[in-house]
Design a protein around this ligand. Structure first.
Ligand code: F6R
Length: 237
């Protein structure tokens, strides 16, 4: 596990260079996307690099980690909407080559893993981390062999995410998420965390025991993980 500690701005730049390198050697790479506040700087930097002619996603494909159950892609809090507005509309990826789990037809959740496999597997999976250690929406207790599935969100996660909705009641109670195994199947992984609210869980995930109680701790067992932290998120390492 390689740990990179730098300012939020430099982290976005450094992580974006991983994408430049990957897409130069493998223009048809399969990218694993994440939503939330953490990747916004990285996505803005990728859009800037595209405008500058330094990166192209024309042949790339993407699979996002998760989606709220009950929200379709036109809902402004859906993760499909987030990806379109924060990344896909600003780069040259073919929107038909971008996938986000289906929050409406949740009975097809398991087909997502098959689709990823058929595409050749994820080359680079981006992850944020929840304050409870979740990756994707794999909350504490999720088994390590889980594939894409529907989960009930914890009250804590709903409260943390209610900042994007007008009230807590509007936050969906369930989500579809890649499983822990889906994530671990990626050939390489970038985990990003920013801010002091993540310091405690980052220390547990990176230095504590590998346990399903801290879902991100399983990343210690992955052969190629890079962790991008700002000094606040790294404070307790
Ligand atoms: C988002 C996702 C979540 C977030 C995590 C951190 O697709 O899967 O695991 O990465 O909740 O969210 P932020 O970045 O908003 O702190």
């Amino acid at each position: 596990m390689k740990i990179i500690i730098d300012s939020e701005e430099n982290l976005a730049k450094k992580a974006a260079q991983r994408y430049v390198k990957l897409l130069r050697t493998r223009p048809d790479a399969i990218l694993g996307g994440a939503t939330g506040s953490t990747p916004l700087g990285l996505y803005a930097e990728l859009a800037r690099l595209y405008r500058a002619g330094e990166i192209s996603f024309a042949r790339a494909r993407s699979f996002n980690l998760d989606e709220y159950v009950g929200l379709d892609g036109s809902h402004d809090q859906s993760y499909r909407y987030f990806m379109n507005h924060n990344l896909f509309e600003h780069i040259d990826i073919d929107i038909a080559n971008t996938r986000v789990p289906d929050g409406i037809n949740t009975d097809i959740a398991a087909a997502y893993d098959k689709e990823i496999e058929a595409a050749g597997g994820i080359d680079l999976q981006l992850l944020g981390i929840g304050v409870d250690g979740h990756i994707g929406f794999n909350e504490p207790g999720t088994p390590g062999d889980s594939l894409t599935h529907v989960v009930e969100l914890t009250e804590n996660t709903r409260e943390v995410n209610s900042r994007f909705f007008s009230s807590l009641d509007e936050v969906p109670t369930h989500a579809v998420t890649m499983g822990i195994k889906t994530v671990m199947n990626a050939r390489s992984i970038i985990l990003m965390a920013i801010g002091k609210s993540k310091a405690e869980i980052i220390a547990k995930a990176l230095k504590g025991p590998v346990t399903t109680e801290v879902p991100a701790s399983i990343l210690q067992l992955h052969p190629f993980v890079e962790v991008y932290l700002d000094p606040e998120a790294a404070a307790l390492l």
